[in-house]
Structure formats: C-alpha cells, structure tokens
Design a protein around this ligand. Structure first.
Ligand SMILES: Cc1ncc(COP(=O)(O)O)c(C=O)c1O
Length: 421
C-alpha cells in the first residue's frame, strides 16, 4: 500500500453520487477522473437547470414576454451568484463571457487603447498561455512584456524578482493565482499590493484556483480577476470580475446598440444563457455542500464559502496522499512543492515525470485503464520551457478534486509504480 490515511470533516460519498459521470462503469469499473485541472465533471443540478432552461426560458434577454423575462432574470441571477462567490461589491462588476482566454484578449485590447510604446506589463513563468498571449499581443504596439522568474527547485514565483520587474512604466501586473501545471499558489494579495504601489493595475488569473479555495476580490484588492466555471463543476463559461471604477474607465470594443454601462458594455453578442442556467445549478450544489459543512449557515455567499473550505480540506488530504505516494515510486520526479510542511502552499494539481518514459506514454497507459490524466505542457508553456521539459514531452498531470477518492489515488499510484520502460 502506497498511501497515507485520509481524514476529512464531512463525508463526501453522498456528494460524489450526485455526479452522473462518476457513476458510469466502463468495462466493469468506474473511471477515475483525475483530469480535473483541464475541466471538472458536473453534478445533476446543472444538467437539470439547463434542461429546464431549454423548455421554459429559451429566449434572448430583455424582451417583454414570459420566456425572455425568465432568461433575463436568470442572467441577472448568474451575475449575483458569481458576485457572491468572488466577494464582489456588486453584480455589475461581473462580466460573463465565453472563456477566460477570450475575456482576457478583450480586456487587453481595451486597455491597450490608452497604452503608449514603452509601457510595460509583467507576467510570470508560471502563467498559462491564456494569461500570456493576450498581453504579448500588445508587443505589436510597442508594449514591453517583462517575465518574473520562478525558483526552479519548487516551481514557485520568485517574489523578489517579480518586485524588481515592476517599474514606473508598468501598467499591468497579470499573474496566475496558482499554477495549472505544478499547483503552486501565488501570494496574489502581495502581487496586487506591489502593483498598486507602482500605480499599475492587477489582473489575477484564478481559473485554476477557483475550484480549490475561496476568493475574496475585495480582501485581495485586485483590479481584475478571471475564472472559468467548467473548472469548478459548472458549464463552459468565462467570468471576469472588474472593480466598478476600472470597468467604467475602460472602453471595450462593442456594437453601437450595446449597453453603455457594465456589465453589458463588455458582454458582446448573445451569450450562453443555457450555460448560465447550468452555472446556477452549480450554485445549488455548492449550497447543499455548504449546509452540510457549516450547519446553521444561510445565505449564498456564506454557504459557497463553507463548501469551498470543505473542498479544500478534502482535497488537501488527497493531495498529500498523492505527493507522498509518488515520492515513494522509484524514478518518479515531482515538479513543484513536495515538502509535507508546505503542502498548504499548493493545490493538489501534481505533475511528475518518470525516468525513461515519455509523459504521453504514461498518460496513455493510465487512460487505457480508465484513469484520466493529461500530459504535456497543458499550456503552461513558459514553465516547461524554463524547466527544459518541452523537448521531452512535459509532464504527467494528476489533479484530484473533492469528489475523488483515496482508492482512486491508490489505483493511480499502483499503475504508475508498475510501469516499466
Ligand atoms: C491557469 C489557467 N489560466 C487560463 C486558462 C484558460 O482558460 P479558458 O479555457 O477558460 O480560456 C486555463 C485553462 O486551463 C488555466 O488553467
């Protein structure tokens, strides 16, 4: 047995049963979904909500008839729910869009209207391409991209290097909340403080972090934060938070008939309202978990916080089991924090290589055994380049969330242990 025991504060077994995909046996066994950093499974509620939408509310918003009124109301409710989840001051600070990458391209283009050649943007080596390419696109206007380095021993952002990259020309500091490849959490409140002190805007990519812990944009004091609900048990949507004053100051590209005020000013075209309905289903689920985790709590904001805290506690145990188990397998190298006393500085997104084996071959062997994982750079290209792993196929990424089990981690560990070149 390769594992440590798992302790958790609530029993997640009944919640796991609420995810239909997790109950579908393939060749007599249940799949182990450990591909979550690329997208999570959904509970029954989003599925039901989307079905209801198509039957009872399928219309564009702002019309004077029943289905349109229903669509308008659920769209407004989606903004309110996301404002609760992110701790925003108002639903008008929440923009709904296609995904994080598309929203970030829209924001970078809008910001660039006031940039001049020589203005600087700081990103980091940990960042996903979704938080690199939209800023790099501005190089054609003479904007300079500066990249804060990492400590290659534990794959954490070198905060001293980041501070030194911020100058009086810095306009934006755009940083990931945690790595989608190696799991390291960035001290984003400190990043926002450094940006603010330099008169620059902060832009936090919380796509990977949002499934793993609570976010409070007001406590963090960020200017912008972006996430995607398919990473936290919901549909394929992107969500952007912007401080109201910052949104008011930006002039996004839009049609003449679009709203003149946020959020409508940023929400181009007809949106994915059935996806919004599904996202409200994700909140139904969060509220149920929140009630189990924090009896006596009421109110969506508090229940969501309780649920995410419970997820984090549960995942932390799985992450510890995974890291400790991988460490014991000969020839395996984990990229990122492995010190047992520092595991709270990472999310349980754990990537590794195994001597003499291509990451794709490992992922394929696991996949053939219905253990779902990803391999490669997973769009954290700057990181695999920096670590010299691009030419050798990157890493194998394993990402448990609260619905995974200790048995699934064991299954993965035993499979990896048994792999021979
Ligand atoms: C950290 C991080 N940022 C950005 C993205 C891109 O998100 P989206 O697919 O919503 O554009 C991802 C997706 O994996 C991610 O993990």
């Amino acid at each position: 047995m390769l594992t440590d025991s798992v302790e958790t504060t609530i029993d997640f077994a009944p919640f796991r049963r609420q995810f239909p995909a997790l109950q579908q046996e393939v060749n007599g066994r249940l799949p182990a979904f450990l591909d979550n950093p690329a997208g999570t499974q959904v509970p029954q509620d989003p599925i039901d909500r989307m079905r209801e939408y198509f039957i009872h509310a399928n219309a564009n918003v702002d019309g004077a008839f029943r289905t349109s009124r229903a669509s308008t109301a659920l769209f407004a409710e989606t903004h309110a729910a996301m404002a609760d989840m992110l701790g925003a001051a108002s639903p008008s600070e929440i923009i709904i869009g296609q995904n994080m990458t598309t929203l970030t391209f829209a924001v970078s283009r809008a910001m660039a209207r006031s940039f001049v050649p020589g203005d600087e943007i700081v990103v980091t080596t940990l960042d996903h391409e979704g938080n690199v390419a939209p800023w790099r696109a501005l190089e054609e206007r003479g904007v300079v991209i500066r990249v804060a380095d990492i400590d290659t021993d534990d794959c954490t952002v070198d905060m001293a290097d980041l501070a030194s990259k911020i100058t009086d020309r810095t306009r934006v500091v755009a940083v990931t909340h945690c790595s989608n490849l190696v799991g390291s959490i960035v001290d984003v409140a400190e990043v926002c403080r450094l940006a603010r002190n330099a008169g620059a805007l902060s832009y936090i990519d919380a796509v990977q972090y949002a499934a793993h812990g609570n976010i409070d944009v007001q406590a963090m004091d960020c200017d912008f934060l972006v996430c995607s609900s398919y990473k936290f048990f919901g549909p394929h949507l992107g969500i952007l938070y912007g401080k109201r004053a910052r949104l008011d100051a930006l002039e996004p590209y839009r049609v003449r008939t679009a709203d003149s005020v946020p959020p409508g000013r940023f929400e181009t075209g007809t949106l994915n309202f059935e996806g919004c309905a599904a996202l409200l289903g994700t909140f139904d689920y969060f509220e149920r978990v929140g009630r189990a985790a924090g009896p006596g709590q009421s109110g969506r904001r508090e229940l969501v916080r309780q649920a995410l805290s419970a997820f984090r506690r549960q995942e932390h145990a799985l992450g510890r089991q995974l890291v400790e188990g991988l460490k014991r397998i000969p020839g395996v190298h984990i990229w990122g924090i492995t010190d047992p006393d520092r595991l709270d500085q990472r999310v349980p997104t754990v990537s590794f290589t195994k001597d003499g084996m291509h990451p794709d071959a490992i992922a394929e062997s696991l996949g053939n055994d219905e253990i779902h994982v990803w391999s490669g750079n997973n769009y954290a290209l700057s990181l695999t380049e920096r670590l010299g792993l691009e030419a050798t196929g990157g890493m194998v990424r394993v990402g448990p969330v609260h619905y995974n089990t200790s048995e699934e981690i064991d299954r993965l560990l035993e499979h990896v242990d048994g792999l021979r070149r």
